[in-house]
Design a protein around this ligand. Structure first.
Ligand SMILES: NC(=O)c1ccc[n+]([C@@H]2O[C@H](COP(=O)([O-])OP(=O)(O)OC[C@H]3O[C@@H](n4cnc5c(N)ncnc54)[C@H](OP(=O)(O)O)[C@@H]3O)[C@@H](O)[C@H]2O)c1
Length: 245
């Protein structure tokens, strides 16, 4: 599908991968609706991305999602690309953390339930788009097999991966495509505590542009492709490597 001429809503656009996606798609003759909670960073996006709309919204608050959807419907009037990128990651142990249930709930709300609510709310607008449209979901290499120290992150991303697949099937025959991007570790605030090799956010943006060009709906980036190959031949080894990563 084409990579320019879209009206694109990007969640988590204030930092990291989302901010890079806003810049990259903004430079390619697309209209950007940048969403996040941090008002000062949203203001910075207006300097970086010409003609961007910025909307402050906490995606865990249903009223904020309703306000966002109403803004897109009534003020923008059109949407052809929804990029569900916002996410959080907690590292903890399910057994010795007294707040495990709260952490698990918060992570599933942000990483899975919020994008599901936003997507289903915006689908009518995407389906009404004259041109081809798409939903892009940012899952993770950890949607394939879990890391021991990130139980709810991995569960939420695996759930988001299954949502992406079933949504793609449900939309078969419509004008709306569903892309799933599965990066390995990317150098952002989320991974500040991790040492070792990391992708740059620009590599995620380039991989998505290439995948859209090629109509390739599953987009492994970085080490994810190698892990998928290893899972075919040595699934136990693959699981152990990611478990302790
Ligand atoms: N970094 C990696 O290694 C990696 C690898 C694979 C997949 N991913 C996925 O890629 C996506 C982006 O990650 P990142 O590394 O760029 O993270 P990041 O730098 O920590 O940025 C996270 C973004 O999500 C937004 N956000 C979080 N909770 C929100 C909420 N309740 N409402 C609205 N916005 C919210 C933040 O907005 P505010 O700051 O304005 O609140 C911020 O813009 C995530 O889904 C992550 O799981 C990351």
């Amino acid at each position: 599908m084409k990579t320019s001429g879209h009206t694109i809503l990007i969640t988590g656009a204030t930092r990291g991968i989302g901010r890079e996606l806003a810049r990259t798609f903004g430079q390619r003759d697309n209209r950007i609706i940048a969403v996040g909670r941090d008002a000062s960073r949203l203001a910075e996006i207006c300097d970086e991305v010409p003609n961007a709309w910025t909307i402050s919204a906490d995606l865990n608050v249903h009223d904020d999602i309703d306000r966002l959807v109403s803004f897109v419907e009534n003020e923008v009037g059109h949407l052809s690309l929804l990029i569900n990128n916002a996410g959080i990651q907690f590292n903890y142990n399910l057994v010795d953390n007294a707040d495990a249930a709260e952490l698990f709930t918060a992570e599933v709300e942000t990483n899975l339930l919020a994008p599901v609510r936003l997507t289903t709310s915006l689908l009518p607008l995407l389906l009404r788009s004259d041109a081809e449209a798409a939903v892009v979901n940012m899952t993770s290499i950890l949607a394939l097999t879990p890391k021991e120290s990130a139980p709810s992150y991995c569960a939420s991303k695996a759930g988001f991966r299954f949502f992406s697949k079933t949504l793609r099937w449900n939309l078969d025959g419509s004008n709306v495509r569903v892309f799933e991007v599965l990066p390995s570790t990317v150098d952002t605030d989320m991974t500040a505590q991790i040492v070792g090799e990391k992708l740059g956010p620009a590599e995620i943006a380039t991989a998505l542009l290439n995948a859209m060009d090629a109509d390739q709906y599953e987009v492994p980036v970085g080490l994810t492709g190698q892990l998928q190959e290893l899972m075919k031949t040595s699934p136990e080894q693959a699981e152990e490597i990611v478990r302790l990563a």
